[in-house]
Design a protein. Structure first.
Lengths: 579, 262
């Protein structure tokens, strides 16, 4: 057994114990119990149980991987040991609860939790046996999966993930399908009975088979498809690219009908965050100015829109403008506020900048709450009856119509961000992010460049705020708390600093998903924290990192060079002569 | 004709006199070296010239125009560029973008132009890219422009820093120990390259260097600093024989010992 002696068993035991601790923690904070109210497969397994299974599975897999042995038996044993340890720790928790009443200290150690953990077994011994054996079993499966070829493994994992996803979002899927009764009926067998949440057993199996099979086959075809795409002549490649863009555009346009009112509402919220993310991405991602008071400009945009357009309430000042009249003023006001904030912080860097901007965000919120400004902006009662946007006869008053307004705003925002990124001002921002002193020594005017970043960033946020005010038709100071700034910053980090698609991905993950999983709201911040820590450890570049463009060898050849449009031929023109 | 003139420059940090009453006269198209032991005030001199430090007294003139109280970016516009002793590239940007940043002061595109990308802006970008490629070729980095600056090998990073400095089309180029950390082969190449810069582009070069072979090989004038004070100035051959210089480097008494030995 020379092979065995090389395996680091203490490491595997350590992994198992860590997993067990995580599982026990999730039980004791109430997550397992809360999640158990949702069935993934009706009557078979709940989300709470899946949560535990996922932990055991991940730990078993990590154990098998860390054993890093070529011997498949060792991988299996490592998986079992790690899984067994997680199961044992949960069993330990069950045993402990039999002896001592944990409730006075740990409020979530409720009978309901132990009912879930003991699988309704009457005797503790049986429950403990089930937990330990179950842990080892799942660990074994994880180990098995590890020794399978990568292609099969990833296909199976994709299948499992999709089963959980569809199960999780099943009521939304059902809701979405209601306009098409035929379709809804045709797929109704996938879901449990009407009054049940979750998938039916056959449905789960079907989804698993379809996704796993599809994934497996696609893994085989992918190289051929890619090769044939690469083999196409350039104009054909462009056709494929524009074709897919066109398809995406069609889907985006048709989306509100597909999503229905509730999901459209979620989409508009995500859209407003995307807009803010695009703006903050310019300030933080491009220019490297850590701004924690970004909500201030959102508030300013919303309040300017509110004050200028409100038709009700007791405000002394109300112009009763239309949405479109007020919109440019709201954006402009945010830009001015951005520049004004920029001036005092011109010489502040890094952490200090974050603290100062944080303060600015709070100042704006407190001003909005203040009695001093109450006659003008409503104080804590806020502003009611903010104007809706309207185009001709159509009043944009529900989420499905608002979706288009926000979509257009996001597209304009993304366009501007993309254009700025590859331009002289964009390069100046990035140079400043990399090294402020050297940027200045390269002839970049730091004052102008910084103020420009703050101003442009604030414009996006102000636009988002103005639409937000019109969306809700009422605004309160409490809508503009620090958490919005934190959310926007977090979505940029998760998506990938400086990356524009990253903003969209980050907003979907950090704003969209939690909106869909509202019942788990109380764990939102905990999951947030865990996700951010995990991201920083394992994928610091973000979900969709910024790609560096190939500029030296693949430049766009769309503009013919004519000489002397710009005098770039000064001293260095001799360069070519010198060679 | 004098290109860059430093007059009675004084720079203090608290009680420490980093530069005391320094006069320097850099002739047009010269290669002028500044040498001296560590802490002699060489890099402080560079920081004063480029506007990062405000000197307490004295004046700095470029072509007769004072650079005092001008910010570093303005001084770059006036025609002074520099490299750094410890390489300071924009590490997470591709090499070619580093050079494009160097071109910043010669481009005009503003925010609106960047967003709407008018024909004139496209033209400008196109030419800037052309120019950046040319500079990369010039410093011998052709084909490496799309690599991130931090991924370039050490010698290439030094070259890129020079390309970036050249992009601003300087009249005077300040090089802070360009051969630091290079092997003899690379040092020889760099020496040749600096000479080439002056001969081909007609740029005036002010050089801080520790490698005496480089200094003595290419400089027309050498200025020696010690504790912020100029202790000698002249053509390389004079400096090599100057006892004060030898003492500054090797300590007092060495000269006497050497003479005894000889």
């Amino acid at each position: 057994m020379t092979e065995k002696s090389q395996v680091n068993w203490t490491k595997i035991i350590q992994i198992g114990l860590i997993g067990g601790a995580v599982a026990v923690l999730l039980c004791l904070v109430g997550m397992v119990e809360a999640f158990s109210k949702r069935d993934i497969i009706a009557g078979v397994i709940s989300l709470g149980q899946i949560l535990l299974v996922i932990i055991v599975f991940t730990i078993g897999y990590t154990g098998a991987k860390r054993a890093s042995s070529r011997d498949w038996r060792i991988s299996l044993v490592s998986g079992i040991i790690a899984g067994l340890l997680v199961g044992s720790l949960i069993a330990g928790l069950v045993l402990l609860s039999k002896g001592i009443n944990l409730r006075p200290v740990l409020v979530n150690a409720s009978p309901a939790l132990f009912k879930i953990l003991t699988f309704d077994q009457k005797t503790t011994a049986m429950a403990v046996f089930y937990l330990v054996a179950g842990g080892a079993g799942v660990g074994l499966i994880a180990g098995l999966l590890y020794i399978l070829p990568a292609r099969i493994r990833s296909a199976i994992i994709a299948g499992l993930i999709w089963v959980i996803l569809v199960g999780l979002l099943q009521d939304l899927i059902r809701l979405t399908l209601t306009p098409w009764p035929q379709v809804a009926n045709a797929v109704s067998w996938i879901f449990g009975a009407r009054n049940q949440k979750g998938l039916s057993v056959i449905g789960a199996v079907a989804i698993f088979i379809v996704v796993t099979g599809g994934n497996f086959l696609w893994a085989g075809w992918k190289p051929t498809v890619q090769a044939s795409y690469q083999g196409l002549p350039a104009p054909r490649q462009n056709m494929v690219r524009y074709g897919s863009l066109f398809l995406i555009a069609l889907v985006l346009l048709y989306m509100p009908n597909l999503l229905g009112p509730f999901l459209s509402e979620v989409a508009t919220t995500v859209g407003l965050y995307i807009l803010m993310g695009l703006g903050l991405n310019i300030v933080v991602g491009f220019a490297g100015l850590l701004d924690l008071g970004y909500v201030a400009f959102f508030a300013i945009g919303a309040y300017v829109m509110g004050v200028l357009t409100t038709t009700g309430g007791e405000l002394t000042t109300s112009a009763q403008w239309t949405f479109w009249e007020a919109l440019p003023v709201a954006v402009l006001a945010s830009v001015i506020a951005g520049v004004i904030l920029g001036v005092p912080v011109l010489h502040i860097r890094g952490d200090y900048l974050a603290i100062v901007t944080l303060g600015f965000g709070e100042i704006i919120r407190i001003l909005a709450l203040s009695d001093m400004l109450k006659p003008h902006i409503g104080g804590s009662q806020g502003i009611v009856q903010v104007a809706r946007a309207s185009i001709g006869e159509i009043v944009i008053d529900d989420a499905q119509k608002l979706y288009y307004l926000i979509l257009i705003a996001c597209l304009i925002g993304a366009f501007i961000a993309l254009r700025l990124k590859d331009s002289r001002p964009g390069r100046a921002w990035m140079a400043m992010r990399e090294d402020e002193d050297v940027a200045q020594a390269m002839g970049i005017d730091l004052v102008v460049t910084k103020l420009m970043a703050f101003g442009v960033g604030a414009a996006f946020s102000g636009l988002s705020g103005a639409i937000f005010a019109s969306k809700l038709a009422t605004i309160y100071p409490h809508s503009f708390n620090l958490l919005i700034s934190v959310n926007v910053l977090a979505l940029i980090i998760v998506g990938g600093m400086g990356s524009i698609p990253g903003v969209v991905v980050g907003a979907l993950a950090l704003v969209g998903l939690p909106e869909l999983l509202r019942e788990f709201d109380e764990f939102r911040l905990m999951v947030y924290g865990a996700v951010l820590v995990a991201m920083m450890l394992y994928r610091p570049e973000g979900l969709w990192p910024e790609k560096t463009r190939q500029r030296e060898l693949h430049a766009e050849e769309d503009v013919p060079v004519t000489e002397n449009v710009v005098d770039l031929t000064g001293a260095t023109s001799a360069v070519t002569g010198g060679q | 004709m004098s290109m860059l003139k430093v007059q009675k420059l004084v720079k203090r940090f608290g009680g420490l006199v980093a530069i005391g009453d320094l006069d320097l006269d850099v002739k047009e198209q010269a290669i002028h070296s500044v040498i001296g032991p560590n802490g002699a005030g060489k890099t402080t001199l560079f920081n004063c010239i480029t506007g990062f430090y405000k000197p307490e007294e004295g004046d700095i003139l470029l072509n007769g125009e004072s650079l005092l109280n001008k910010s570093p970016d303005v001084i770059t516009h006036k025609g002074i560029a520099r490299t750094y002793q410890n390489i300071r590239l924009f590490a997470n940007m591709p090499a070619i973008e580093n050079v494009l940043v160097g071109l910043h002061s010669h481009l005009k595109t503003n925010l609106l132009g960047a967003i709407f990308r008018f024909p004139s802006v496209r033209q400008e970008e196109k030419q800037a890219l052309e120019e950046a490629r040319r500079l990369l070729r010039f410093v011998g980095l052709a084909g490496k422009g799309d690599l991130l600056a931090k991924n370039l090998p050490y010698g290439d990073q030094r070259r890129l820093e020079i390309a970036r400095a050249l992009a601003s089309k300087p009249k005077v180029l300040l090089l802070d120990e360009p051969t630091a950390g290079m092997n003899p082969q690379e040092t020889a190449e760099m020496t040749h390259f600096i000479q080439h810069l002056r001969d081909e582009l007609g740029i005036t070069i002010l050089l801080i260097e520790h490698d005496m072979k480089v200094v003595m090989g290419i400089s027309e004038t050498v200025t020696v600093l010690d504790y912020g004070v100029k202790i000698a100035e002249g053509v390389p051959a004079e400096i090599q024989r100057n006892t004060r210089v030898i003492e500054a480097y090797l300590g007092r008494g060495v000269v006497a010992n050497l003479e005894q030995a000889a």
